[in-house]
Ligand binder design. Structure first.
Ligand code: ADP
Ligand code: MG
Length: 360
């Protein structure tokens, strides 16, 4: 099928000893596209990846590549017949082989062709001339690039990566992420990347599939998932959040910050208004008064600085709010680091709030 996605999962469910750890997972990844499986530890990301690789067999559902079934109720191709490359966190190069031999490991064919492919790949990952080095002579980042070259060598249609960057130190990580992404895009490989870090997912992904308790709770481009989360927990996975409770009347919700739109919620529904700390605006106290209310920003509410932390590019300020004695968080440019005890006025960017029915 010419227009079939490179990789497709349909209703994949995986049970271990009667416990369902992957539930009805489905997604499609096109050639040259990166899908990130994002979620907390234990939510079923690695199991999903192992099902795609053929290391684990699903209880139900199908995995297809370019329209061909890799596994379903009737079929189960072995891992080596799937055209799938794998990179794991402990990407373990063979220590007794040279870099070139590591990259050549999965390659068959005449020697000159293998050598040419190895050289091409080492150049691709910026390690031209390293073929005769042994792994222990290389830094962690260089070893990671060898692992990438090794996984790419047999030209897999699909690359599966399980937390591949988490063993690298912070300073190296960004560069290697970007290089890896570029190489995979150039090769036209469909990529499934597992990570529990939202920043990594947003940096790498064309699509994020957010997982919780074995299920995909939301799927979409990073921008959409961040700016239109499916529920409170999805919002909270990407940043600190503030939550204020309210009750809907006439598709509106009255709060200390003024009225919020609550379309689609019936009268009397208890809701939570959720907003990120960067969408709180801070204003000075003018003799016990804040700024004048505006249609854009709503009503200011007074809070007293409880704690302020300098974070480099911004400061995180926690306020004890007058209206309910609760804490709200705001991030502000780091030039501003108010002292504890300072009274300030907060307004909320109403167009950046999410209103969810309260879950009981
Ligand atoms: P993640 O990669 O998101 O951290 P995993 O897919 O590794 O999560 O694991 C999901 C759940 O399945 C965990 O509770 C884990 O203990 C369980 N699990 C994983 N593999 C097996 C297995 N082979 N047998 C039994 N339970 C397993
Ligand atoms: Mg895992």
């Amino acid at each position: 099928m010419a227009d079939a996605p490179r990789l497709e999962l349909e209703h994949v469910t995986c049970r271990f000893d009667g416990r369902e750890v992957v539930s009805d997972v489905g997604f499609a990844v096109r050639a040259g596209e990166v899908l990130c499986l994002l979620g907390p530890s234990g939510c079923g990301k690695s199991t999903t990846l192992r099902v795609i690789a053929g290391i684990e067999r699903q209880t139900a559902g199908a995995v297809r590549a370019d329209g061909t079934t890799l596994s379903d109720a009737a079929t189960h191709l072995p891992p080596e017949a799937r055209g799938v490359g794998l990179i794991f966190q402990d990407f373990a190069l063979f220590p007794h082989l040279t870099v070139g031999q590591n990259v050549a490991f999965g390659l068959k064919g005449p020697k000159p062709e293998v050598r040419a492919r190895v050289e091409e790949l080492l150049a691709r990952v910026d390690l031209a001339g390293y073929a005769d080095a042994t792994p222990h002579m290389l830094s962690g980042g260089e070893q990671q690039r060898v692992a990438l070259a090794r996984a790419l060598a047999p030209r897999p249609r699909i690359m599966l990566m399980d937390e591949p960057f988490s063993g690298l130190d912070n300073r190296l990580r960004d560069g290697i992420r970007d290089e890896t992404l570029q190489v995979l895009k150039e090769e036209g490989t469909a990529v499934v990347l597992v990570t529990h870090e939202p920043e990594e997912a947003m940096r790498m992904a064309d699509q994020i599939a957010l997982m919780r308790d074995g299920r995909i709770v939301q799927k979409g481009a990073p921008y959409n998932i961040y700016n239109a989360p499916a529920d409170k927990a999805a919002a909270a996975f990407f940043s600190d959040i503030n939550v204020i409770p309210g009750r809907v009347q006439g598709a509106l919700c009255d709060t200390a910050f003024g009225q919020f739109l609550a379309p689609g919620h019936a009268d009397g529904t208890e809701v939570e208004i959720v907003f990120r700390p960067q969408h709180v605006k801070i204003d000075f106290d003018r003799g016990g008064r804040g700024p004048n209310p505006t249609p854009q920003d709503g009503t200011p509410a007074r809070g007293v600085v409880e704690r302020a932390r300098f974070m480099g590019h911004e400061s995180l300020v926690e306020f004890r709010m007058d209206f309910d004695g609760g804490i709200l968080k705001a991030t502000v440019p780091a030039v501003f680091l108010p002292k504890p005890g300072t009274p300030l006025w907060l307004t909320v960017r109403r167009d950046r709030c999410f209103v969810f029915a309260t879950k009981r």
